[in-house]
Design a protein around this ligand. Sequence first.
Ligand SMILES: [Zn+2]
Length: 333
Amino acid sequence: MKTARIELHIHLDGSLNIDWAYKASLRQKIIPADSTFEEYYEMLYKRNFMTRSESIKKFELVCDILQTRADLFDASYRLTETMAKRGIIYAEIRFASQQHTKRGLTQKEALQAVIDRAKAAEINFPSIQTGIINCLMHKRDSAAFNDAENRETIQVTRELLGKGAVGLDLAGYENNCDFKEYAPYFRLAKELGIPFTVHAGEMGIAEHVKDALDFGADRIGHGVNAADDPELLEELVKRQIPLEVCVTSNIKDTLDYANHPVKKLIRSGAKITLNTDNMIFAKTDLSNEHAQLEMIGITENELKQCTYNAVDAAFLDEKTKTELREKLRKLMK
Ligand SMILES: [Zn+2]
Protein backbone atom coordinates (compact mmCIF):
# COMPACT_ATOMS: atom_id res chain seq x y z
CA MET A 1 0.00 0.00 0.00
CA LYS A 2 1.31 3.42 -0.93
CA THR A 3 1.30 6.03 1.78
CA ALA A 4 -1.15 8.89 1.67
CA ARG A 5 -2.03 10.70 4.81
CA ILE A 6 -3.83 13.73 6.19
CA GLU A 7 -2.40 15.80 9.05
CA LEU A 8 -4.85 18.04 10.91
CA HIS A 9 -2.88 18.81 14.05
CA ILE A 10 0.71 19.90 13.57
CA HIS A 11 2.36 22.94 15.12
CA LEU A 12 4.84 24.83 12.99
CA ASP A 13 7.12 25.75 15.90
CA GLY A 14 7.19 22.19 17.26
CA SER A 15 7.73 20.61 13.86
CA LEU A 16 10.51 22.68 12.29
CA ASN A 17 13.06 21.13 10.02
CA ILE A 18 15.66 20.44 12.67
CA ASP A 19 18.69 21.30 10.49
CA TRP A 20 17.12 24.62 9.57
CA ALA A 21 16.16 25.34 13.20
CA TYR A 22 19.68 24.62 14.43
CA LYS A 23 21.30 26.88 11.82
CA ALA A 24 18.72 29.64 12.38
CA SER A 25 19.30 29.46 16.15
CA LEU A 26 23.07 29.86 15.64
CA ARG A 27 22.63 32.65 13.06
CA GLN A 28 20.31 34.54 15.39
CA LYS A 29 22.54 33.85 18.43
CA ILE A 30 19.68 32.18 20.29
CA ILE A 31 21.96 29.33 21.32
CA PRO A 32 25.70 29.62 22.20
CA ALA A 33 28.02 29.56 19.16
CA ASP A 34 29.68 26.33 20.31
CA SER A 35 26.39 24.37 20.63
CA THR A 36 26.46 21.16 18.65
CA PHE A 37 23.55 19.90 16.58
CA GLU A 38 23.16 16.93 18.91
CA GLU A 39 22.99 19.17 21.99
CA TYR A 40 20.41 21.37 20.32
CA TYR A 41 18.19 18.44 19.28
CA GLU A 42 18.43 16.85 22.71
CA MET A 43 17.53 20.12 24.39
CA LEU A 44 14.34 20.30 22.30
CA TYR A 45 13.57 16.66 22.80
CA LYS A 46 13.64 16.33 26.52
CA ARG A 47 10.99 13.76 27.05
CA ASN A 48 9.10 15.06 30.00
CA PHE A 49 8.21 18.69 29.51
CA MET A 50 4.70 18.65 30.83
CA THR A 51 5.23 21.26 33.53
CA ARG A 52 4.14 24.75 32.62
CA SER A 53 7.56 26.41 32.84
CA GLU A 54 9.38 23.66 30.92
CA SER A 55 6.81 23.70 28.17
CA ILE A 56 6.90 27.47 27.83
CA LYS A 57 10.71 27.45 27.70
CA LYS A 58 10.79 24.91 24.91
CA PHE A 59 8.27 26.72 22.74
CA GLU A 60 10.01 30.04 23.35
CA LEU A 61 13.27 28.58 22.04
CA VAL A 62 11.69 27.79 18.70
CA CYS A 63 9.32 30.75 18.56
CA ASP A 64 12.23 33.11 19.04
CA ILE A 65 13.74 32.09 15.70
CA LEU A 66 10.46 32.78 13.91
CA GLN A 67 10.21 36.54 14.29
CA THR A 68 10.75 37.83 10.76
CA ARG A 69 8.82 37.36 7.54
CA ALA A 70 11.80 35.58 5.95
CA ASP A 71 12.20 33.10 8.80
CA LEU A 72 8.48 32.35 9.05
CA PHE A 73 8.35 31.89 5.29
CA ASP A 74 11.40 29.63 5.23
CA ALA A 75 10.37 27.52 8.21
CA SER A 76 6.87 26.87 6.96
CA TYR A 77 8.16 26.21 3.44
CA ARG A 78 10.47 23.52 4.79
CA LEU A 79 7.76 21.96 6.92
CA THR A 80 5.51 21.73 3.85
CA GLU A 81 8.36 20.14 1.90
CA THR A 82 8.99 17.59 4.68
CA MET A 83 5.33 16.64 4.86
CA ALA A 84 4.98 16.35 1.08
CA LYS A 85 7.98 14.02 0.97
CA ARG A 86 6.42 11.88 3.70
CA GLY A 87 3.20 11.31 1.78
CA ILE A 88 0.96 13.93 3.39
CA ILE A 89 -1.55 15.14 0.80
CA TYR A 90 -3.40 17.62 2.99
CA ALA A 91 -2.26 19.38 6.17
CA GLU A 92 -3.60 22.05 8.47
CA ILE A 93 -0.57 23.76 10.00
CA ARG A 94 -1.04 25.49 13.34
CA PHE A 95 0.75 28.55 14.50
CA ALA A 96 -0.11 31.49 16.74
CA SER A 97 0.35 34.84 15.04
CA GLN A 98 0.59 36.62 18.41
CA GLN A 99 3.78 34.67 19.23
CA HIS A 100 5.66 36.16 16.27
CA THR A 101 5.49 39.89 16.89
CA LYS A 102 8.59 40.29 19.08
CA ARG A 103 10.60 42.01 16.35
CA GLY A 104 7.99 44.28 14.87
CA LEU A 105 5.80 42.05 12.69
CA THR A 106 2.08 42.60 13.09
CA GLN A 107 -0.08 39.52 13.60
CA LYS A 108 -1.44 39.95 10.10
CA GLU A 109 2.06 40.12 8.60
CA ALA A 110 3.07 36.99 10.47
CA LEU A 111 0.00 35.11 9.26
CA GLN A 112 0.51 36.40 5.72
CA ALA A 113 4.14 35.16 5.72
CA VAL A 114 3.03 31.62 6.57
CA ILE A 115 0.23 31.77 3.99
CA ASP A 116 2.55 33.05 1.25
CA ARG A 117 4.78 30.07 1.96
CA ALA A 118 1.90 27.75 1.26
CA LYS A 119 1.50 29.21 -2.20
CA ALA A 120 5.23 28.89 -2.98
CA ALA A 121 5.61 25.42 -1.48
CA GLU A 122 2.54 23.99 -3.17
CA ILE A 123 3.90 25.02 -6.57
CA ASN A 124 7.12 23.09 -5.93
CA PHE A 125 5.42 20.20 -4.11
CA PRO A 126 2.10 19.83 -5.90
CA SER A 127 1.19 16.60 -4.08
CA ILE A 128 0.29 18.54 -0.91
CA GLN A 129 -2.37 21.12 -0.09
CA THR A 130 -2.24 23.08 3.15
CA GLY A 131 -4.25 25.49 5.26
CA ILE A 132 -3.30 27.51 8.32
CA ILE A 133 -5.02 27.31 11.71
CA ASN A 134 -4.26 30.37 13.80
CA CYS A 135 -4.16 29.78 17.57
CA LEU A 136 -5.56 31.82 20.39
CA MET A 137 -3.25 31.43 23.38
CA HIS A 138 -3.71 30.54 27.04
CA LYS A 139 -0.90 32.42 28.71
CA ARG A 140 -1.38 33.22 32.37
CA ASP A 141 -3.92 32.51 35.06
CA SER A 142 -6.46 34.83 33.47
CA ALA A 143 -7.63 35.21 29.89
CA ALA A 144 -7.51 38.98 30.50
CA PHE A 145 -3.70 38.81 30.30
CA ASN A 146 -3.66 38.63 26.49
CA ASP A 147 -7.25 39.56 25.72
CA ALA A 148 -6.25 42.19 23.14
CA GLU A 149 -3.86 39.80 21.36
CA ASN A 150 -6.47 37.05 21.24
CA ARG A 151 -9.07 39.43 19.81
CA GLU A 152 -6.57 40.54 17.18
CA THR A 153 -5.86 36.87 16.34
CA ILE A 154 -9.57 36.37 15.64
CA GLN A 155 -9.74 39.49 13.46
CA VAL A 156 -6.69 38.70 11.32
CA THR A 157 -7.87 35.13 10.88
CA ARG A 158 -11.22 36.44 9.66
CA GLU A 159 -9.47 38.78 7.22
CA LEU A 160 -7.42 35.94 5.72
CA LEU A 161 -10.07 33.21 5.98
CA GLY A 162 -10.41 31.52 2.60
CA LYS A 163 -7.13 33.14 1.53
CA GLY A 164 -4.91 30.57 3.24
CA ALA A 165 -6.29 30.66 6.79
CA VAL A 166 -8.82 27.91 7.50
CA GLY A 167 -9.68 28.23 11.17
CA LEU A 168 -8.87 28.97 14.80
CA ASP A 169 -7.67 26.98 17.78
CA LEU A 170 -6.90 27.60 21.44
CA ALA A 171 -3.39 26.47 22.41
CA GLY A 172 -0.97 26.92 25.30
CA TYR A 173 -0.99 25.35 28.73
CA GLU A 174 -4.48 23.98 29.15
CA ASN A 175 -4.65 24.30 32.92
CA ASN A 176 -3.62 27.95 33.16
CA CYS A 177 -7.02 29.33 34.02
CA ASP A 178 -10.73 28.59 34.03
CA PHE A 179 -11.45 27.20 30.59
CA LYS A 180 -14.84 28.90 30.52
CA GLU A 181 -13.10 32.29 30.34
CA TYR A 182 -12.53 31.58 26.63
CA ALA A 183 -16.22 31.30 25.77
CA PRO A 184 -16.53 34.93 24.54
CA TYR A 185 -13.72 34.46 21.99
CA PHE A 186 -15.45 31.50 20.45
CA ARG A 187 -18.79 33.31 20.46
CA LEU A 188 -17.07 35.98 18.38
CA ALA A 189 -15.50 33.36 16.09
CA LYS A 190 -18.95 31.84 15.55
CA GLU A 191 -20.42 35.26 14.74
CA LEU A 192 -17.65 35.81 12.21
CA GLY A 193 -18.12 32.37 10.65
CA ILE A 194 -14.65 31.07 11.50
CA PRO A 195 -14.43 27.28 12.00
CA PHE A 196 -12.53 26.24 15.10
CA THR A 197 -10.98 23.42 17.03
CA VAL A 198 -9.92 23.63 20.70
CA HIS A 199 -7.04 21.95 22.54
CA ALA A 200 -8.92 20.25 25.38
CA GLY A 201 -8.59 17.11 27.46
CA GLU A 202 -4.90 16.69 26.67
CA MET A 203 -3.15 17.74 29.87
CA GLY A 204 -6.44 18.87 31.35
CA ILE A 205 -9.59 17.20 32.61
CA ALA A 206 -12.41 15.76 30.50
CA GLU A 207 -14.53 18.69 31.66
CA HIS A 208 -12.54 20.94 29.29
CA VAL A 209 -13.80 18.85 26.39
CA LYS A 210 -17.36 19.56 27.55
CA ASP A 211 -16.50 23.27 27.68
CA ALA A 212 -15.09 23.11 24.14
CA LEU A 213 -18.31 21.46 22.95
CA ASP A 214 -20.28 24.21 24.68
CA PHE A 215 -18.17 26.77 22.80
CA GLY A 216 -19.37 25.06 19.61
CA ALA A 217 -16.04 23.51 18.58
CA ASP A 218 -16.10 21.69 15.25
CA ARG A 219 -13.31 19.40 16.45
CA ILE A 220 -11.32 18.73 19.60
CA GLY A 221 -7.53 18.98 19.76
CA HIS A 222 -6.52 15.75 21.54
CA GLY A 223 -9.59 15.17 23.74
CA VAL A 224 -8.15 11.84 24.85
CA ASN A 225 -9.04 12.35 28.51
CA ALA A 226 -12.67 12.05 27.45
CA ALA A 227 -11.99 8.32 27.46
CA ASP A 228 -12.25 8.50 31.29
CA ASP A 229 -15.79 9.87 31.16
CA PRO A 230 -18.30 7.33 29.77
CA GLU A 231 -21.11 9.86 29.36
CA LEU A 232 -18.92 12.34 27.50
CA LEU A 233 -17.47 9.62 25.32
CA GLU A 234 -20.98 8.52 24.44
CA GLU A 235 -21.82 12.07 23.41
CA LEU A 236 -18.67 12.37 21.27
CA VAL A 237 -19.55 9.09 19.55
CA LYS A 238 -23.19 10.06 19.07
CA ARG A 239 -22.34 13.46 17.60
CA GLN A 240 -19.29 12.13 15.73
CA ILE A 241 -17.16 15.04 16.93
CA PRO A 242 -13.69 14.49 15.44
CA LEU A 243 -10.83 14.12 17.92
CA GLU A 244 -7.34 15.09 16.76
CA VAL A 245 -5.38 12.38 18.54
CA CYS A 246 -1.57 12.68 18.75
CA VAL A 247 -0.40 9.53 20.50
CA THR A 248 3.41 9.84 20.66
CA SER A 249 3.14 13.47 21.70
CA ASN A 250 0.94 12.42 24.65
CA ILE A 251 3.21 9.64 25.88
CA LYS A 252 6.65 11.03 25.07
CA ASP A 253 7.90 10.37 28.59
CA THR A 254 6.98 6.66 28.58
CA LEU A 255 6.38 5.66 24.94
CA ASP A 256 3.83 3.24 26.39
CA TYR A 257 1.56 2.95 23.36
CA ALA A 258 -0.46 0.05 24.74
CA ASN A 259 -1.75 2.11 27.67
CA HIS A 260 -2.80 5.11 25.59
CA PRO A 261 -6.61 5.35 25.24
CA VAL A 262 -6.44 5.54 21.42
CA LYS A 263 -7.50 1.91 20.96
CA LYS A 264 -10.44 2.32 23.34
CA LEU A 265 -11.45 5.52 21.54
CA ILE A 266 -11.28 3.96 18.07
CA ARG A 267 -13.22 0.87 19.16
CA SER A 268 -15.85 2.95 20.95
CA GLY A 269 -16.86 4.34 17.57
CA ALA A 270 -15.48 7.85 18.18
CA LYS A 271 -14.38 9.78 15.11
CA ILE A 272 -10.61 9.58 15.53
CA THR A 273 -8.01 11.29 13.39
CA LEU A 274 -4.28 10.59 13.83
CA ASN A 275 -1.76 13.41 13.96
CA THR A 276 1.74 14.23 15.16
CA ASP A 277 1.32 17.51 17.11
CA ASN A 278 5.04 18.36 17.26
CA MET A 279 7.35 16.38 15.02
CA ILE A 280 10.60 17.51 16.62
CA PHE A 281 9.51 17.61 20.24
CA ALA A 282 7.94 14.16 19.96
CA LYS A 283 10.47 12.82 17.40
CA THR A 284 7.73 11.34 15.27
CA ASP A 285 5.89 11.57 11.97
CA LEU A 286 2.59 10.18 10.74
CA SER A 287 4.14 6.99 9.37
CA ASN A 288 5.58 6.29 12.81
CA GLU A 289 2.18 6.96 14.43
CA HIS A 290 0.55 4.42 12.10
CA ALA A 291 3.35 1.87 12.61
CA GLN A 292 3.17 2.14 16.41
CA LEU A 293 -0.59 1.72 16.42
CA GLU A 294 -0.36 -1.32 14.17
CA MET A 295 1.97 -2.84 16.76
CA ILE A 296 -0.69 -2.50 19.46
CA GLY A 297 -3.28 -4.22 17.31
CA ILE A 298 -5.04 -1.39 15.46
CA THR A 299 -5.95 -2.90 12.10
CA GLU A 300 -5.08 -1.55 8.66
CA ASN A 301 -8.76 -0.86 8.04
CA GLU A 302 -9.10 1.08 11.28
CA LEU A 303 -6.05 3.18 10.35
CA LYS A 304 -7.51 3.79 6.91
CA GLN A 305 -10.76 4.91 8.51
CA CYS A 306 -8.83 7.43 10.65
CA THR A 307 -7.42 8.92 7.43
CA TYR A 308 -10.88 9.21 5.88
CA ASN A 309 -12.17 10.68 9.17
CA ALA A 310 -9.54 13.40 8.77
CA VAL A 311 -11.01 14.35 5.39
CA ASP A 312 -14.48 14.61 6.95
CA ALA A 313 -13.05 16.75 9.76
CA ALA A 314 -10.90 19.04 7.59
CA PHE A 315 -11.74 22.73 7.39
CA LEU A 316 -12.49 22.42 3.66
CA ASP A 317 -15.54 22.81 1.44
CA GLU A 318 -17.41 19.69 0.39
CA LYS A 319 -16.13 19.78 -3.19
CA THR A 320 -12.48 19.75 -2.07
CA LYS A 321 -13.23 16.96 0.42
CA THR A 322 -14.71 14.83 -2.35
CA GLU A 323 -11.59 15.41 -4.45
CA LEU A 324 -9.37 14.47 -1.50
CA ARG A 325 -11.30 11.24 -0.88
CA GLU A 326 -10.89 10.36 -4.55
CA LYS A 327 -7.16 11.04 -4.33
CA LEU A 328 -6.88 8.86 -1.23
CA ARG A 329 -8.80 6.04 -2.88
CA LYS A 330 -6.32 5.97 -5.75
CA LEU A 331 -3.23 6.33 -3.56
CA MET A 332 -4.21 3.81 -0.87
CA LYS A 333 -5.09 0.93 -3.23
ZN1 LIG B 1 -1.25 20.67 19.81
